[in-house]
Design a protein around this ligand. Structure first.
Ligand code: ARG
Length: 476
């Protein structure tokens, strides 16, 4: 849990530093804790309704786990060849170059991070209000207000105290593992009692359209997203060359196993119809299996997502940090509060953008746009790994994967980016793509030619005094 210490003041040098203090247990819980969040409590119904049959839905969940695992192993090599924090950002910077890295950080800050925050917040909200609207769909406005409330509460907590944020992480991890284990166990018991009727003809009705398979993957992979979390903080890891690959392997297998059991359990207890119409599957599951204790699932799922949101707020700060070091970001976004040591400017910025995304957004479309953007950049990162393997074989590699792995994941990533567009092109994906590329338009005048430096410096100083923040330093 000490893995959330943001830094320490170094005596008179007045620099904020990140320490190397994450061990293997911390590393595994960091990955698993980020991966398990809202998705497993929200996405099963969307996966099922897009692919059309229980059998195909379990297959999709298994394939998502496999993709996450292979992706994770490729990232383990990347993280040991390039032992710097910042994941995709730093890998792209070292392979594809500055412009692409900037494009990533631009999309990360304005699309991906707010989208994850908002998606998770919507899941908290669904679970918080579910017990009050048993058997009917809660009004969207109520859900959105609760979501906004939880974003604001967590942003305040993360600005005020690293210790509180850490405590939330611990409570939430316990809650989610217990909840998933309970669901898995309940499912196994029901299966052994012979409740297998929902799996008769389990592939009937499967929808094999390219775009529906793509969308089903988006929904499933959302639940697995976070498999790259540890690569954001390589510089804070003890013995990264050993612990990075090991933690990735352990955490992703653990999560995949749990997710598969939980999905089988949902499908055992509920008919596909019930699953698809439930706005909070774990609560429906709870009501059927635990009877009057069903509300427990609502608390556990809300806590789980709450922790994931907390972690998302927390870890994204690392990217701002590394990007500001490279001059790709206003310095302000990489500063930390001088006494509390919390990255408050970046937190406040993310909160504002997330609240804006929340106004028009619904869970399913937010997740789809998030996955689209994320897999676009995972593809570039994997291409970078291939480049390093082919062009720079001499680099020291404490951990290496066979070249076929990045090739496979790259093919999967390209499929994932193209599939939803090919069959059923929606104009929104064009907007997202244009937005990602508009990063280049900002890069040329403001970063490359450093237009307007004076203005930004002045603004930074004013805001710095107002927010009481100072630059933090790198630790290698
Ligand atoms: N997998 C998480 C969930 O199911 C979402 C992770 C969002 N991404 C992130 N890097 N925090 O809620």
């Amino acid at each position: 849990a000490g893995d959330q210490t943001f830094g320490t003041m170094e005596g008179d040098k007045q620099k904020l530093n990140l320490r190397r203090e994450v061990g293997i247990i911390g590393a595994v819980s960091f990955i698993a804790g980020t991966m398990i969040g809202s998705g497993i409590f929200m996405s099963p119904q969307y996966v099922l309704s897009t692919v059309g049959s229980p059998g195909a839905s379990v297959v999709i969940w298994a394939c998502c786990g496999l993709i996450a695992m292979l992706g994770g192993l490729c990232y383990a090599e990347l993280g040991t060849v390039i032992p710097e924090s910042g994941a995709e950002y730093i890998y792209m910077l070292r392979t594809a170059g500055k412009v692409v890295a900037f494009m990533f950080v631009f999309s990360f800050i304005l699309v991906m991070r707010p989208a994850s925050v908002t998606g998770i917040a919507l899941s908290i909200a669904e679970y918080v209000v579910a017990p009050f609207y048993e058997g009917c769909t809660p009004p969207p406005l109520v859900v959105k207000c609760v979501a906004a409330g939880s974003i604001i509460v967590l942003a305040i907590i993360n600005c005020v105290s690293v210790r509180w944020a850490t405590a939330i992480q611990v409570v939430s991890t316990v809650a989610k593992v217990l909840a998933l284990a309970l669901i898995a166990l309940g499912g196994v018991v029901m299966l052994f009692q012979g409740n297998t009727q929902n799996f008769d003809n389990s592939f009937e009705g499967t929808n094999l359209g390219v775009s529906s398979i793509g969308i089903a993957f988006y929904q499933g992979l959302w639940s697995y997203d976070g498999w790259n979390t540890l690569n954001f903080l390589t510089e804070e890891l003890k013995h990264p060359e050993v612990n990075l690959p090991r933690a990735i392997l352990i955490a992703i297998s653990l999560v995949t196993g749990l997710y598969l059991l939980v999905n089988v359990s949902y499908l055992t207890v509920m008919t596909p119809r019930e699953l698809m119409t439930s706005s909070a599957v774990a609560v429906t599951w709870g009501n059927k299996v635990l009877g009057s204790w069903g509300w427990i699932m609502s608390v556990a799922a809300a806590l789980s997502a709450f922790g994931s949101l907390n972690g998302t707020f927390f870890s994204g700060g690392r990217v701002c940090f590394v990007a500001a070091r490279e001059g790709h970001m206003p310095d302000l976004l990489a500063m930390a509060h001088v006494h509390r040591l919390t990255p408050s400017p970046a937190l406040i910025f993310t909160t504002v953008v997330s609240l804006l995304v929340l106004i028009p957004g619904d869970f399913q479309s937010i997740v789809n746009f998030f996955s689209f953007t994320a897999w676009f950049f995972y593809a570039i990162t994997l291409a970078g790994l291939l480049y390093l393997k082919i062009k720079k074989p001499e680099l020291p590699r404490p951990y290496r994967v066979p070249i076929i792995l990045p090739i496979l994941v790259l093919i999967a990533a390209i499929f994932l980016v193209l599939a939803p567009i090919v069959d059923d092109p929606q104009i929104e994906y064009l907007y997202v793509t244009l937005f990602m590329f508009s990063g280049v338009l900002i890069y040329i005048p403001f970063i490359h030619y450093k237009l307007l430096p004076g203005l930004l410096t002045k603004l930074t100083v004013v805001l710095q005094l107002f927010l009481e923040v100072a630059p933090a330093d790198k630790n290698l």
